[in-house]
Design a binder for this molecule. Structure first.
Ligand SMILES: C[S@@+](CC[C@H](N)C(=O)[O-])C[C@H]1O[C@@H](n2cnc3c(N)ncnc32)[C@H](O)[C@@H]1O
Ligand code: SF4
Length: 274
C-alpha cells in the first residue's frame, strides 16, 4: 500500500466510509455518532464502494457510529474485497462473538481495529478491558484477519496509565496496538501533560508491530512540537459520511461536502493546499 501510494500520486490511498452513524455506546469524547439513524441501504453502500474502486482507492476502512450494527456489514466488506481493495473495520467490539468473527473471516476482512479505552468502565467510556477482554480472547482464537487494539490518551481520559495496560494486553495476545491522542470537535490536539507523555512513550516502545512507531507526526503533537507537513485529506484520504458526501476527515465534516457520485477524479478532489 505504501509503495503504491508513493509511486502513484493520483489516487486516494485510504477512504473511510460510514454505513451506520448510530452507536450502541456514547463515549463522552466522541462527536461521530447518533442514537437514532438507520443503516445506509446496502445498494447505496455498493454504489459508493464501486465509485471508490473506480478512483483507484487502495484501502477502505469502515467506521461509524458502530458498523457492527449494520445488518449487511458482511456484504459491504465482500464488495470492497471483490474490487481487490484492502478492507478494514473499526469497532467498539461489543457485538463480537465467535460466530460473528467467523462471518467476518468469510467476508474477507483484512484488518480489524477494536477500541479499548480503559481498564474499568467509567463515565467517559464503557470500552473497557473488563468488558472487552473476552472479545479479545475470541478474536485471538477465531480471527484470521489482523487485529489492532486502539486506546486513547489525553484530555478527558480519567487514568492515562490505562493505555499502557491495554497495550501490554495487546502484546500478550499477539496483536498490534496504537494510541490515539484525544482531539476536540475541530480535530485539534493539545500537548500531552507530563504523566500522559510518559505513558505515551512507554506504549510506543511496546508497539513493535504497530504503525505508531513510524508516526513521528503524532510524537511531535504529544510533545507540543510543530510539524512540517501538508494535509493530504481530500486527496489521498477521503471521509465519506452516511449521506455519501466526501469530507476532508471525520472532524472536518462539511468540507468540501461533495457527493461521492459526482463526476470527480482523484486530482480535482484536492483542495488548493493538498
Ligand atoms: C468514531 S469511532 C467509530 C468506530 C467504533 N464505534 C469505535 O469506537 O471503535 C472510531 C475511533 O475514533 C476514536 N475517537 C472518537 N472520538 C475521538 C476523539 N475525540 N479523539 C480521539 N479519538 C477519537 C474512537 O476511540 C475509535 O477508536
Ligand atoms: S463507541 Fe465509537 S462511535 Fe460510539 S460513541 Fe464511542 S467512539 Fe463514538
Amino acid at each position: 500500500m505504501i509503495v503504491k501510494g508513493v509511486l502513484s500520486t493520483d489516487h486516494p490511498v485510504q477512504a473511510q466510509i460510514i454505513p451506520m452513524r448510530r452507536c450502541n455506546l456514547s463515549c463522552t469524547y466522541c462527536n461521530e455518532y447518533d442514537e437514532i439513524s438507520d443503516p445506509v441501504p446496502v445498494e447505496e453502500m455498493y454504489r459508493r464502494i464501486d465509485k471508490l474502486a473506480a478512483l483507484g482507492t487502495t484501502l477502505i476502512v469502515i467506521s461509524g457510529g458502530e458498523p457492527l450494527l449494520h445488518p449487511q456489514l458482511d456484504e459491504v466488506i465482500a464488495r470492497i474485497r471483490s474490487h481487490g481493495m484492502i478492507a478494514g473495520l473499526i469497532t467498539n467490539g461489543y457485538l463480537l462473538v465467535p460466530e460473528r468473527i467467523q462471518r467476518l473471516n468469510r467476508a474477507g476482512l483484512d484488518h480489524l481495529q477494536i477500541s479499548v479505552d480503559n481498564v474499568q468502565p467509567d463515565d467517559v467510556s464503557l470500552k473497557s478491558l473488563k468488558v472487552l477482554d473476552k472479545k479479545l480472547q475470541w478474536l485471538k482464537e477465531h480471527a484470521i484477519f489482523h487485529v489492532n487494539i486502539n486506546s486513547v490518551i489525553g484530555a478527558g481520559v480519567k487514568n492515562q496509565g490505562d493505555a499502557l495496560t491495554v497495550a501490554k494486553r495487546a502484546v500478550e495476545l499477539g496483536f498490534s496496538s496504537t494510541v490515539g491522542i484525544i482531539h476536540d470537535g475541530s480535530g485539534q490536539l493539545r500537548r500531552l501533560a507530563p504523566d500522559a507523555q510518559a505513558v505515551f512513550q512507554e506504549t510506543r516502545k511496546l508497539g513493535k508491530r504497530s504503525y505508531s512507531r513510524l508516526n513521528g507526526f503524532q510524537i511531535n503533537i504529544a510533545e507540543g512540537r510543530p510539524n512540517q507537513w501538508r494535509c493530504r485529506a481530500g486527496a489521498r484520504f477521503l471521509y465519506i459520511c452516511e449521506h455519501g458526501l466526501v469530507h476532508y476527515c471525520s472532524q472536518q465534516r462539511g468540507f468540501p461536502g461533495i457527493g461521492v457520485h459526482a463526476n470527480l477524479s482523484g486530482a480535482n478532489m484536492c483542495s488548493p493546499h493538498t
